[in-house]
Ligand binder design. Structure first.
Ligand code: ATP
Length: 260
């Protein structure tokens, strides 16, 4: 029996997963924030992490990108054990796209330069090829006319869409989205969610933390409900988010309760 079939993570396909988390533990001082997480994300799958504020969603995403080092367990990206301390973190990060809550664009670079920077520096893609691809991506999200603009000339929703375009410009194997709509005014949320929907339809493999329950229901193949550092429930949105009262309670908790 292979390792990927020994843990009941509820993965929806039998293909080798893009990401495998095995018994992940992580503490900050005395506070054990991740308490034995097992999770597979298959190719082209969208998995949404939901849970109250402080349940460990962001921390889990940060461990995958090696921004936090785990205390115990293993993280596999494709066949590679990236939790091995000898792993080159920069090489791993070049394979994973990340978008955080605040857009984090470089303010002194144009939209085009923001998008092409990693491709040119990390992947050594020639400037012309990198810009051609970036312009195609911008065009596909309706932002081609902003290519030469600087971030401060864009709305929050436009900045976040550029950040997402930047994260996929290098064609990462996995995309991590951490509350990508939380910092936005409500009227700007829709355009960002629309872009995530488009990524899903292109087959991007996504692990995302979200408080947007309706969105998780619509876009996620599976939803993982985190509670106090453990995955309490995982499965199709129709099952995990089945009770409207529970959904509302979770949304309320996630938005308003301070981290424990
Ligand atoms: N660098 C750190 N040092 C100490 N404690 C931390 C650190 N990062 C996170 N924590 C704690 O870990 C717990 C989990 O935080 P995390 O940000 O992962 O939760 P979350 O589920 O993403 O919350 P939210 O929905 O509010 O973003 C919280 O109690 C938080 O205070």
């Amino acid at each position: 029996m292979t390792e990927s079939t020994t843990v009941p993570t509820g993965a929806s396909t039998t293909a080798s997963p893009v990401l495998r988390l095995r018994d992940i533990h992580l503490s900050f001082g005395d506070h054990e924030v991740l308490r034995g997480i097992d999770l597979d994300v298959s190719a082209h799958e969208v998995v949404a992490l939901i849970g109250a504020s402080g349940s460990g969603k962001s921390t889990l995403l940060r461990t995958v990108n090696l921004l936090e080092r785990i205390d115990d367990g293993q993280i596999f990206l494709q066949a590679d054990d990236i939790s091995d301390p000898r792993t080159n973190a920069d090489a791993v990060r070049a394979r994973i796209g990340v978008v955080f809550q605040s857009y984090n664009l470089f303010p002194h670079l144009s939209v085009l330069d923001n998008i092409t920077l990693a491709d040119r520096l990390v992947h050594r893609t020639p400037k012309a090829a990198s810009e051609k691809r970036a312009l195609e991506l911008l065009d596909s999200v309706g932002l081609a006319d902003k290519a030469r603009a600087f971030p401060d000339r864009l709305s929050g929703g436009q900045q976040q869409r550029v950040a997402i375009v930047r994260s996929i410009a290098t064609e990462p194997e996995l995309l991590l989205l951490d509350e990508v709509t939380s910092a936005l005014d409500p009227e700007l949320v829709g355009e960002v969610l629309e872009l995530v929907r488009a990524l899903k339809s292109r087959g991007t493999t996504i692990l995302m933390a979200t408080h947007e329950m309706a969105f998780a229901r619509e876009v996620a193949d599976r939803v993982a409900f985190l509670h106090e550092g453990r995955i309490e429930e995982i499965g199709p949105p129709s099952r995990v988010l089945r009770a409207p009262e529970r959904e509302r309670t979770r949304e309320f908790l996630a938005r308003f309760l301070p981290p424990s």
